[in-house]
Design a binder for this molecule. Structure first.
Ligand code: TYM
Length: 343
Protein backbone atom coordinates (compact mmCIF):
# COMPACT_ATOMS: atom_id res chain seq x y z
CA UNK A 1 0.00 0.00 0.00
CA UNK A 2 1.27 3.50 -0.85
CA UNK A 3 2.13 5.63 2.15
CA UNK A 4 0.20 8.86 2.69
CA UNK A 5 2.31 12.00 2.35
CA UNK A 6 2.55 14.89 4.82
CA UNK A 7 4.09 17.95 3.19
CA UNK A 8 4.92 21.54 3.93
CA UNK A 9 7.38 24.26 2.91
CA UNK A 10 8.72 27.47 4.42
CA UNK A 11 10.05 30.20 2.12
CA UNK A 12 13.60 31.31 2.64
CA UNK A 13 13.62 34.92 1.48
CA UNK A 14 13.68 36.09 5.10
CA UNK A 15 14.42 34.56 8.46
CA UNK A 16 11.37 32.61 9.63
CA UNK A 17 9.47 34.04 12.60
CA UNK A 18 7.53 32.63 15.51
CA UNK A 19 4.30 32.62 13.43
CA UNK A 20 5.95 30.38 10.82
CA UNK A 21 7.19 28.12 13.59
CA UNK A 22 3.92 27.76 15.46
CA UNK A 23 1.70 27.78 12.35
CA UNK A 24 3.59 25.28 10.21
CA UNK A 25 6.98 24.06 11.45
CA UNK A 26 5.86 22.86 14.88
CA UNK A 27 2.81 20.86 13.67
CA UNK A 28 4.79 19.48 10.71
CA UNK A 29 7.59 18.26 12.93
CA UNK A 30 5.24 16.85 15.53
CA UNK A 31 3.56 14.92 12.68
CA UNK A 32 6.93 13.86 11.28
CA UNK A 33 7.97 12.44 14.63
CA UNK A 34 4.62 10.73 15.12
CA UNK A 35 4.18 9.32 11.61
CA UNK A 36 7.63 8.85 10.04
CA UNK A 37 7.28 5.06 10.13
CA UNK A 38 3.95 5.02 8.32
CA UNK A 39 3.91 8.18 6.16
CA UNK A 40 6.17 10.01 3.76
CA UNK A 41 7.32 13.29 5.25
CA UNK A 42 8.21 15.98 2.69
CA UNK A 43 9.57 19.15 4.20
CA UNK A 44 11.00 21.35 1.50
CA UNK A 45 12.18 24.87 0.80
CA UNK A 46 10.06 26.60 -1.85
CA UNK A 47 12.93 28.59 -3.31
CA UNK A 48 10.96 29.57 -6.41
CA UNK A 49 8.30 31.03 -4.14
CA UNK A 50 11.04 32.85 -2.27
CA UNK A 51 12.11 34.29 -5.59
CA UNK A 52 8.89 36.31 -5.98
CA UNK A 53 11.18 38.81 -4.24
CA UNK A 54 14.32 38.64 -6.45
CA UNK A 55 17.52 37.81 -4.61
CA UNK A 56 21.08 36.72 -5.34
CA UNK A 57 22.67 33.27 -5.12
CA UNK A 58 24.76 33.47 -1.96
CA UNK A 59 22.04 34.94 0.16
CA UNK A 60 19.34 32.55 -1.10
CA UNK A 61 21.69 29.57 -0.66
CA UNK A 62 22.57 30.63 2.86
CA UNK A 63 18.96 31.23 3.88
CA UNK A 64 17.88 27.95 2.34
CA UNK A 65 20.54 26.09 4.31
CA UNK A 66 19.46 27.95 7.46
CA UNK A 67 15.86 26.84 6.86
CA UNK A 68 16.83 23.20 6.53
CA UNK A 69 19.00 23.48 9.66
CA UNK A 70 16.03 24.99 11.40
CA UNK A 71 13.86 21.99 10.46
CA UNK A 72 16.52 19.67 11.83
CA UNK A 73 17.08 21.69 15.00
CA UNK A 74 13.31 21.64 15.59
CA UNK A 75 13.43 17.85 15.51
CA UNK A 76 12.86 16.72 11.91
CA UNK A 77 14.25 13.17 11.83
CA UNK A 78 16.18 13.55 8.53
CA UNK A 79 18.00 10.25 8.97
CA UNK A 80 14.70 8.39 8.56
CA UNK A 81 14.18 6.85 5.13
CA UNK A 82 10.64 8.26 4.83
CA UNK A 83 11.74 11.84 5.50
CA UNK A 84 12.58 13.93 2.43
CA UNK A 85 14.14 17.38 2.36
CA UNK A 86 14.63 19.21 -0.92
CA UNK A 87 14.65 22.55 -2.72
CA UNK A 88 11.70 23.13 -5.03
CA UNK A 89 13.78 24.52 -7.93
CA UNK A 90 16.01 21.41 -7.91
CA UNK A 91 12.96 19.40 -8.95
CA UNK A 92 12.04 21.12 -12.23
CA UNK A 93 8.74 19.22 -12.51
CA UNK A 94 7.30 21.72 -10.00
CA UNK A 95 7.51 24.55 -12.55
CA UNK A 96 6.19 22.48 -15.41
CA UNK A 97 3.28 21.16 -13.38
CA UNK A 98 2.52 24.73 -12.30
CA UNK A 99 2.27 25.78 -15.93
CA UNK A 100 -0.15 22.95 -16.68
CA UNK A 101 -2.27 23.69 -13.61
CA UNK A 102 -2.29 27.37 -14.56
CA UNK A 103 -3.98 26.44 -17.82
CA UNK A 104 -6.83 24.92 -15.81
CA UNK A 105 -7.18 27.84 -13.39
CA UNK A 106 -9.60 30.66 -14.07
CA UNK A 107 -8.16 34.18 -13.98
CA UNK A 108 -10.99 35.25 -11.68
CA UNK A 109 -10.38 32.27 -9.44
CA UNK A 110 -6.70 33.19 -8.99
CA UNK A 111 -7.61 36.85 -8.64
CA UNK A 112 -9.79 36.05 -5.61
CA UNK A 113 -6.83 34.90 -3.51
CA UNK A 114 -6.77 37.11 -0.44
CA UNK A 115 -3.00 36.77 0.03
CA UNK A 116 -2.44 38.13 -3.47
CA UNK A 117 -4.85 40.99 -2.86
CA UNK A 118 -3.12 41.86 0.43
CA UNK A 119 0.39 41.72 -0.97
CA UNK A 120 -0.45 43.51 -4.19
CA UNK A 121 -2.24 46.29 -2.34
CA UNK A 122 0.92 46.85 -0.28
CA UNK A 123 3.13 46.94 -3.38
CA UNK A 124 1.11 48.87 -5.93
CA UNK A 125 0.38 47.71 -9.49
CA UNK A 126 3.77 48.32 -11.08
CA UNK A 127 5.66 46.26 -8.53
CA UNK A 128 3.24 43.34 -8.43
CA UNK A 129 4.71 40.52 -10.49
CA UNK A 130 2.86 37.83 -12.38
CA UNK A 131 4.96 35.47 -10.24
CA UNK A 132 3.11 36.68 -7.17
CA UNK A 133 -0.21 36.14 -8.95
CA UNK A 134 0.82 32.58 -9.90
CA UNK A 135 2.10 31.80 -6.40
CA UNK A 136 -0.87 29.62 -5.30
CA UNK A 137 -0.76 27.63 -8.53
CA UNK A 138 2.88 26.74 -7.94
CA UNK A 139 1.90 25.82 -4.40
CA UNK A 140 -0.79 23.48 -5.77
CA UNK A 141 1.86 21.90 -7.96
CA UNK A 142 4.15 21.36 -4.92
CA UNK A 143 1.36 19.44 -3.25
CA UNK A 144 -0.21 17.51 -6.14
CA UNK A 145 3.09 16.20 -7.56
CA UNK A 146 3.52 14.08 -4.43
CA UNK A 147 -0.14 13.14 -3.86
CA UNK A 148 0.14 14.82 -0.47
CA UNK A 149 -2.94 14.48 1.74
CA UNK A 150 -1.81 16.35 4.83
CA UNK A 151 -0.49 19.90 4.59
CA UNK A 152 0.28 21.63 7.89
CA UNK A 153 0.04 25.37 7.16
CA UNK A 154 -1.09 28.52 8.94
CA UNK A 155 -4.48 30.15 8.44
CA UNK A 156 -3.25 32.47 5.67
CA UNK A 157 -2.60 29.49 3.39
CA UNK A 158 -6.02 27.90 3.86
CA UNK A 159 -7.46 29.48 0.73
CA UNK A 160 -4.48 28.24 -1.31
CA UNK A 161 -5.12 24.75 -0.01
CA UNK A 162 -8.76 25.04 -1.05
CA UNK A 163 -7.65 26.08 -4.55
CA UNK A 164 -5.36 23.04 -4.66
CA UNK A 165 -8.30 20.79 -3.80
CA UNK A 166 -10.44 22.43 -6.47
CA UNK A 167 -7.76 21.98 -9.15
CA UNK A 168 -7.16 18.35 -8.21
CA UNK A 169 -10.89 17.62 -8.38
CA UNK A 170 -11.27 19.50 -11.66
CA UNK A 171 -8.47 17.61 -13.40
CA UNK A 172 -9.59 14.28 -11.94
CA UNK A 173 -13.13 14.88 -13.23
CA UNK A 174 -11.81 15.66 -16.67
CA UNK A 175 -9.01 13.10 -17.03
CA UNK A 176 -9.60 10.33 -14.44
CA UNK A 177 -8.12 9.77 -11.00
CA UNK A 178 -4.67 11.28 -11.45
CA UNK A 179 -4.26 13.35 -8.30
CA UNK A 180 -4.88 12.66 -4.65
CA UNK A 181 -7.14 15.41 -3.37
CA UNK A 182 -5.65 16.87 -0.17
CA UNK A 183 -7.93 16.61 2.84
CA UNK A 184 -10.20 19.49 3.77
CA UNK A 185 -9.33 22.10 6.37
CA UNK A 186 -11.35 20.48 9.18
CA UNK A 187 -9.59 17.12 8.78
CA UNK A 188 -6.23 18.86 8.44
CA UNK A 189 -6.77 20.56 11.79
CA UNK A 190 -7.83 17.35 13.45
CA UNK A 191 -4.74 15.61 12.06
CA UNK A 192 -2.46 18.09 13.80
CA UNK A 193 -4.59 18.22 16.98
CA UNK A 194 -5.73 21.80 16.56
CA UNK A 195 -9.23 23.24 16.83
CA UNK A 196 -8.72 25.92 14.22
CA UNK A 197 -6.20 27.20 11.71
CA UNK A 198 -3.56 29.26 13.37
CA UNK A 199 -2.81 32.93 12.93
CA UNK A 200 -0.20 34.33 15.31
CA UNK A 201 -0.64 38.07 15.49
CA UNK A 202 1.94 40.87 15.58
CA UNK A 203 2.99 41.73 19.14
CA UNK A 204 2.77 45.43 18.33
CA UNK A 205 -0.35 45.39 16.13
CA UNK A 206 -2.45 42.47 17.36
CA UNK A 207 -5.03 43.15 14.63
CA UNK A 208 -2.42 42.13 11.99
CA UNK A 209 -0.74 38.77 11.55
CA UNK A 210 2.94 38.36 12.41
CA UNK A 211 4.55 38.56 8.98
CA UNK A 212 7.85 38.61 7.12
CA UNK A 213 6.60 40.98 4.50
CA UNK A 214 5.53 43.92 6.63
CA UNK A 215 8.08 46.08 8.33
CA UNK A 216 7.20 45.37 11.94
CA UNK A 217 10.38 44.50 13.87
CA UNK A 218 8.89 45.15 17.30
CA UNK A 219 5.86 42.97 16.52
CA UNK A 220 7.76 40.05 14.98
CA UNK A 221 9.91 37.51 16.79
CA UNK A 222 12.48 36.21 14.34
CA UNK A 223 13.85 32.79 15.09
CA UNK A 224 17.37 34.24 15.01
CA UNK A 225 16.58 37.15 17.33
CA UNK A 226 18.87 37.40 20.35
CA UNK A 227 16.71 35.56 22.92
CA UNK A 228 16.83 38.36 25.50
CA UNK A 229 15.80 40.89 22.81
CA UNK A 230 12.87 38.67 21.86
CA UNK A 231 11.84 38.55 25.52
CA UNK A 232 11.89 42.36 25.59
CA UNK A 233 9.57 42.45 22.57
CA UNK A 234 7.10 40.26 24.47
CA UNK A 235 7.33 42.52 27.54
CA UNK A 236 6.52 45.51 25.30
CA UNK A 237 3.62 43.76 23.52
CA UNK A 238 0.50 45.82 22.92
CA UNK A 239 -2.39 44.69 25.13
CA UNK A 240 -5.60 46.58 25.99
CA UNK A 241 -7.29 48.63 28.69
CA UNK A 242 -9.76 45.97 29.85
CA UNK A 243 -7.56 45.26 32.86
CA UNK A 244 -8.50 41.58 33.31
CA UNK A 245 -7.04 38.60 31.47
CA UNK A 246 -9.48 36.74 29.23
CA UNK A 247 -9.19 34.58 26.14
CA UNK A 248 -11.23 36.86 23.91
CA UNK A 249 -9.82 37.35 20.40
CA UNK A 250 -12.33 40.01 19.50
CA UNK A 251 -11.92 42.39 22.42
CA UNK A 252 -8.51 41.35 23.75
CA UNK A 253 -6.48 40.20 20.73
CA UNK A 254 -3.09 41.09 22.27
CA UNK A 255 -3.74 39.12 25.45
CA UNK A 256 -5.29 36.21 23.51
CA UNK A 257 -2.25 36.13 21.23
CA UNK A 258 0.06 35.86 24.26
CA UNK A 259 -2.07 33.08 25.75
CA UNK A 260 -1.96 31.27 22.41
CA UNK A 261 1.84 31.57 22.09
CA UNK A 262 2.24 30.36 25.66
CA UNK A 263 -0.01 27.35 25.09
CA UNK A 264 1.77 26.27 21.91
CA UNK A 265 5.27 26.72 23.30
CA UNK A 266 4.39 24.71 26.39
CA UNK A 267 2.42 22.20 24.25
CA UNK A 268 -0.64 22.56 26.47
CA UNK A 269 -4.27 23.14 25.38
CA UNK A 270 -5.04 26.86 25.18
CA UNK A 271 -8.09 26.38 27.42
CA UNK A 272 -5.83 25.08 30.19
CA UNK A 273 -3.38 27.98 29.89
CA UNK A 274 -6.21 30.51 29.66
CA UNK A 275 -7.98 29.02 32.69
CA UNK A 276 -4.88 29.42 34.84
CA UNK A 277 -4.64 33.12 33.93
CA UNK A 278 -8.29 34.15 33.53
CA UNK A 279 -9.44 36.89 35.90
CA UNK A 280 -5.93 37.98 36.82
CA UNK A 281 -5.35 41.69 36.57
CA UNK A 282 -1.60 41.72 36.25
CA UNK A 283 -0.78 41.72 32.52
CA UNK A 284 2.93 41.89 33.43
CA UNK A 285 2.71 38.42 34.97
CA UNK A 286 1.43 36.92 31.72
CA UNK A 287 4.03 38.81 29.69
CA UNK A 288 6.84 37.56 31.97
CA UNK A 289 5.70 33.96 31.58
CA UNK A 290 5.57 34.24 27.77
CA UNK A 291 8.83 36.20 27.60
CA UNK A 292 10.56 33.43 29.58
CA UNK A 293 9.10 30.74 27.34
CA UNK A 294 10.16 32.56 24.16
CA UNK A 295 13.65 33.19 25.50
CA UNK A 296 14.12 29.56 26.49
CA UNK A 297 12.73 28.28 23.20
CA UNK A 298 15.03 30.50 21.10
CA UNK A 299 18.09 29.73 23.23
CA UNK A 300 17.61 25.97 22.80
CA UNK A 301 16.85 26.26 19.10
CA UNK A 302 19.82 28.46 18.30
CA UNK A 303 22.20 26.25 20.30
CA UNK A 304 21.01 23.19 18.38
CA UNK A 305 21.39 24.99 15.04
CA UNK A 306 24.98 25.96 15.80
CA UNK A 307 25.93 22.34 16.38
CA UNK A 308 24.69 21.04 13.03
CA UNK A 309 27.07 19.90 10.31
CA UNK A 310 26.39 21.79 7.04
CA UNK A 311 27.94 19.19 4.78
CA UNK A 312 25.83 16.40 6.26
CA UNK A 313 22.68 18.47 5.73
CA UNK A 314 23.65 19.25 2.13
CA UNK A 315 24.21 15.53 1.53
CA UNK A 316 20.65 14.78 2.72
CA UNK A 317 19.32 17.62 0.60
CA UNK A 318 20.93 16.30 -2.57
CA UNK A 319 19.77 12.74 -1.86
CA UNK A 320 16.24 14.06 -1.25
CA UNK A 321 16.28 15.95 -4.55
CA UNK A 322 17.41 12.85 -6.43
CA UNK A 323 14.53 10.74 -5.14
CA UNK A 324 11.96 13.54 -5.41
CA UNK A 325 12.82 14.03 -9.09
CA UNK A 326 11.88 10.40 -9.73
CA UNK A 327 8.51 10.69 -7.97
CA UNK A 328 7.67 14.11 -9.42
CA UNK A 329 8.61 13.18 -12.99
CA UNK A 330 6.38 10.12 -12.81
CA UNK A 331 3.38 12.21 -11.79
CA UNK A 332 4.24 14.85 -14.37
CA UNK A 333 4.33 12.27 -17.15
CA UNK A 334 0.95 10.96 -16.03
CA UNK A 335 -0.66 14.38 -16.42
CA UNK A 336 1.27 15.15 -19.62
CA UNK A 337 -0.19 11.98 -21.15
CA UNK A 338 -3.67 12.73 -19.88
CA UNK A 339 -3.79 16.23 -21.35
CA UNK A 340 -2.23 15.29 -24.67
CA UNK A 341 1.35 16.53 -24.33
CA UNK A 342 2.82 13.01 -24.40
CA UNK A 343 1.70 9.80 -26.02
P1 TYM B 1 5.71 31.18 4.13
O1 TYM B 1 7.16 30.97 4.24
O2 TYM B 1 5.20 32.54 3.83
O3 TYM B 1 5.01 30.71 5.45
C1 TYM B 1 5.35 29.46 5.99
C2 TYM B 1 4.23 28.94 6.88
O4 TYM B 1 4.05 29.81 7.99
C3 TYM B 1 2.66 30.07 8.14
N1 TYM B 1 2.51 31.40 8.76
C4 TYM B 1 1.83 31.62 9.88
N2 TYM B 1 1.15 30.79 10.70
C5 TYM B 1 0.58 31.34 11.79
N3 TYM B 1 0.65 32.67 12.10
C6 TYM B 1 1.31 33.54 11.30
N4 TYM B 1 1.38 34.83 11.60
C7 TYM B 1 1.94 33.02 10.13
N5 TYM B 1 2.66 33.59 9.13
C8 TYM B 1 3.00 32.57 8.30
C9 TYM B 1 2.10 30.02 6.74
O5 TYM B 1 0.71 29.79 6.76
C10 TYM B 1 2.89 28.86 6.15
O6 TYM B 1 2.28 27.64 6.47
N6 TYM B 1 2.95 29.37 0.55
C11 TYM B 1 3.68 28.84 1.69
C12 TYM B 1 4.92 28.10 1.26
C13 TYM B 1 4.61 26.94 0.38
C14 TYM B 1 3.91 25.76 0.76
C15 TYM B 1 3.84 24.97 -0.44
C16 TYM B 1 3.34 25.31 1.94
C17 TYM B 1 4.93 26.83 -0.92
N7 TYM B 1 4.47 25.64 -1.42
C18 TYM B 1 3.21 23.73 -0.43
C19 TYM B 1 2.71 24.07 1.93
C20 TYM B 1 2.64 23.31 0.75
C21 TYM B 1 3.98 30.01 2.64
O7 TYM B 1 3.11 30.71 2.99
O8 TYM B 1 5.24 30.17 3.03
Amino acid sequence: MNKETILTGIRSNDTPHLGNYLGAIQPMIQSAIKYSKTHCINMFVPDLHSFTTPTEYDSLFDRTLQNIKLYVACGLPIEHENVNIYRQSYVPAHSEMAWILGCFTGFGEANRMVEFKDKSSQLGDDRVSVGLFNYPILMASDILLYDAKWIPVGEDQRQHLELTRTLAQRLNNQFGEIFTVPNDTKSQQKFIDRDSSLRIMSLKHPDKKMSKSINDPAGTILLNDIPSDAAKKVMAATTDSVGVINLDWENQPGISNLLCISALLSEKPIEEVAKAMTGKTNYGELKSIVAGQVEEFLTNLQTKMKNLDDSKILGHLEAGEKSMNIIANKKLLQIQKAIGLRK
